[in-house]
Design a protein around this ligand. Structure first.
Ligand code: CUA
Length: 328
């Protein structure tokens, strides 16, 4: 039954690109598991209350009919007793639900275990800027639309927004948390084991709200360190190479790449772009043909996004595709 319900919900939440289900009934970390247990528990209580209330209603209608037909002699005192019983059960159930909910919420903000990593995530229309914090500033870096985390340890997220209210949600790992302009909201996520977990903006934030997806990739701690070190490696810098020159000329007003001397912050940081799973925050799987499609028709792929139509010639699309996909 649980599996059927989970499958049904997964089916309903399939997004255009990412295809991977959000899976919000299957917790894959401590926070998500306690939320899922609470969800199932409250669902169970609600169903039981509906069934019992329905049965009592049917019983009272039936009983009233018996009384009016003179077959049963009920009295007011017994009716009052039933009301008392109903009130007591309701009070106990509501109190138990409230205590369970508060207890779960308290557990979510538990900071007794030190966070292994702190990541700043900034929501914007309609993608996710991800910045890894370090005590050594030379070890900090930015990426986009993908959070790589070590498995089995808590990860601290500082959530912000650059424009409107968004909401950060990776259902298999944690509950929702709003991203509000001018404010930092903190949340902890933790994955039990390595895997890929889909996330989704869950606060309506404009035209492409539904296409504001991301992924959390949990790696074994040693793999995570190797990944981090790799992120710090700059792209090979040859100002005279045609692909790089073309990128700097046409794209670097908005996009930065580690190792290049110029780069803007309006669009996602494209360092190591070739190793990312998707293009445009989960809209298209990342491969050369999809990248060519995105570069050639960004407004057709994601209408309203800030990525302008570049009106590139076919050979220019090829040039950029080869260059960007080569940034592993
Ligand atoms: Cu961002 Cu909805």
């Amino acid at each position: 039954m649980k599996r059927v319900a989970a499958g049904l919900f997964s089916l309903l939440t399939l997004s255009n690109c990412a295809r991977a289900p959000l899976g919000y009934l299957e917790g894959a970390g401590p926070a998500a598991r306690s939320i899922a247990s609470l969800g199932w528990g409250l669902l169970g209580i609600s169903v039981a209350v509906c069934l019992i209330t329905g049965a009592l209603l049917a019983f009272s209608i039936f009983r009233r009919r018996l009384q009016t037909e003179g077959l049963d002699g009920g009295d007011d005192r017994s009716a009052l007793r039933w009301i008392g019983v109903g009130l007591s059960i309701t009070t106990v159930l509501l109190l138990a639900s409230a205590v369970w909910t508060l207890w779960t919420v308290r557990g979510l903000s538990d900071t007794s275990r030190a966070a292994a990593v702190t990541i700043d995530v900034t929501g914007q229309q309609w993608w996710w800027e991800v910045r890894y914090q370090s005590d050594t500033s030379s070890r900090e870096f930015s990426t986009a639309d993908e959070l790589v985390i070590p498995a089995g340890v808590p990860v601290q997220l500082n959530l912000r927004s650059r424009d409107v209210v968004h909401s950060f949600w990776v259902p298999k790992l944690a509950g929702k948390m709003d991203m509000i302009p001018g404010q930092t909201n903190r949340i902890r996520i933790e994955a039990d084991r390595p895997g890929v977990y889909r996330g989704q903006c869950s606060e309506f934030c404009g035209m492409q709200h539904a296409q504001m997806a991301f992924f959390v990739v949990a790696l074994a701690p040693a793999d995570f360190q190797a990944w981090w070190n790799h992120q710090l490696e700059p792209a090979s810098n040859d100002p005279n190479a045609t692909p790089q020159r073309f990128f700097v000329e046409r794209c670097s007003g908005c996009h930065a790449i580690r190792g290049l001397s110029t780069g803007g912050i309006l669009g996602p940081n494209l360092s190591h772009f070739g190793s990312r799973r998707t293009i445009a925050a989960g809209v298209l799987p990342n491969d050369p043909s999809n990248l060519a499609r995105w570069l050639g028709d960004s407004q057709g792929v994601k209408p309203g996004s800030k990525m302008p139509e570049l009106h590139l010639a076919a050979n220019e699309v090829d040039l950029l595709t080869t260059y960007l996909e080569g940034l592993k």
